[in-house]
Ligand binder design. Structure first.
Ligand code: NDP
Length: 289
C-alpha cells in the first residue's frame, strides 16, 4: 500500500487508528498537541511530524481524531493553505450540524471532507466487530476504502455529511439506554447484597431474550401502528412501572434513570393511548399526538 495518511490526535483512539494503519502497511505520519505520545507508533514505523503544519502537508489523507469538534476547529484555524487538495477525514465524535459546518470550512480550504463515527473502543480497532460510519462525498470514501478497512468494516451512510454522526448517536442512544437499565438493575439487586456478577448470570440471558424487541419495535415504528397484537398494553405497564420506582426508593436506590420512562408512559396513557404497546411513546418523542 502506498497511500500515506496523517493521524492528528494521539489519544487512546488516535493511537489505535495509527497503529492499525501501520499493521496494514500504510505509511503514517502522526502528530499530537502534547508531544511524547508517539513512542510506540514511531517504533512501529510511523513518522512523527514536528508540527501540525508538517503533519497536514505530509499526506493526501489527513485523519483527525481529537477530543471534540471544537478542538477540530482549532486545528483547522491553523491549516492555512496546507490542506488544499487533500481529503480530511474527521473521526472525532460530534453532532450532524458540527459535521456540516466543518465540511463547509474544509471545502473552503480546498480539501474534501469526510465525516466518520467510530463504533469500537480503541482495543477493538481493526477487529471483526469494529465498524466505522462514513458520510460525505461517496467517491472520496471509495477512494480511501482500503485505508479505512484497516479500522474495521466500512459503512458508508450517505452524501449528507451529518449522517455519520446521526447514525453514530442513534446507535449510542441504544447503547446508553441499555447501560442505564443494567446499572439500575445492579444497584437494585445490590441493595439486597446480591453481587452483580452473580446477578449477571440471569441478566445476560434476559437481555439477550429481550433483544427481539429491537426488530419488533422497528416494525411497529415503520408501520406507525402501536395497537396491533399488543400483549403488554401501556395502561398495564404504567401501573406496574411505579413499583420499580417505589421499590428503588425503599431500597435506598435513586430512581433517576427510570423516572423519565414512567413520565412518558403516563403522558401517553393520559392522551388516551393506554391500549398501545409501549413503543408508542415514540410519538411523544417526535412531538406527534
Ligand atoms: P483521549 O481523551 O484519549 O484523547 C484526546 C485527544 O484530543 C488527545 O490527543 C488530546 O491531545 C487531543 N486534544 C484535546 N484538545 C485538543 C485541542 N484543543 N487541540 C488539539 N488536540 C486536542 O480521547 P480518545 O482518543 O479516546 O477520543 C478521541 C475521539 O474519538 C473522541 O471524539 C471520542 O469521542 C472518539 N471515540 C472514542 C472512543 C473510545 O472508546 N475511546 C470510541 C469511539 C469514538 P493532548 O494529548 O495534547 O491533550
Amino acid at each position: 500500500f502506498t497511500t500515506r495518511a496523517t493521524v492528528a490526535g494521539l489519544g487512546d483512539m488516535g493511537r489505535a487508528l495509527a497503529a492499525a494503519l501501520r499493521r496494514n502497511g500504510f505509511p503514517v505520519t502522526v502528530w499530537n498537541r502534547t508531544p511524547g505520545k508517539a513512542g510506540e507508533l514511531t517504533a512501529a514505523g510511523a513518522r512523527e511530524a514536528a508540527g501540525l503544519a508538517e503533519a497536514f502537508e505530509a499526506s493526501p489523507v489527513v485523519i483527525l481524531c481529537v477530543v471534540d469538534n471544537e478542538a477540530v476547529g482549532e486545528l483547522l484555524d491553523a491549516a492555512g493553505d496546507r490542506l488544499r487538495g487533500r481529503t480530511v477525514v474527521n473521526l472525532t465524535n460530534g453532532t450532524p450540524r458540527q459535521a456540516r459546518e466543518l465540511a463547509e470550512r474544509v471545502t473552503a480550504l480546498g480539501a474534501e471532507y469526510v465525516d466518520g463515527g467510530i463504533m469500537a473502543v480503541p482495543p477493538g480497532i481493526g477487529t471483526e466487530a469494529s465498524f466505522v460510519l462514513y458520510s460525505g462525498p461517496e467517491h472520496a470514501v471509495e477512494a480511501q476504502r482500503e485505508l479505512f478497512e484497516a479500522f474495521g468494516a466500512v459503512r458508508y451512510v450517505g452524501e449528507d455529511t451529518g449522517l455519520a454522526a446521526l447514525y453514530d448517536l442513534a446507535l449510542l442512544s441504544g447503547m446508553y439506554g441499555m447501560h442505564a437499565g443494567v446499572v439500575h438493575a445492579y444497584a437494585l439487586i445490590g441493595s439486597a447484597g446480591v453481587p452483580a456478577t452473580e446477578f449477571s448470570a440471569l441478566l445476560v440471558p434476559w437481555i439477550e431474550a429481550m433483544s427481539g424487541f429491537v426488530k419488533e419495535a422497528a416494525d411497529r415504528v415503520d408501520r406507525d401502528d402501536y395497537t396491533k397484537d399488543v400483549v403488554s398494553n401501556l395502561a398495564m405497564q404504567a401501573k406496574a412501572f411505579p413499583n420499580l420506582i417505589e421499590a428503588s426508593v425503599e431500597q435506598g436506590v435513586r430512581p433517576d434513570l427510570m423516572e423519565p420512562v414512567l413520565r412518558l408512559f403516563r403522558e401517553r396513557v393520559a392522551q388516551g393511548h393506554g391500549d398501545e404497546d409501549a413503543v408508542g411513546v415514540i410519538k411523544l418523542l417526535r412531538g406527534e399526538s
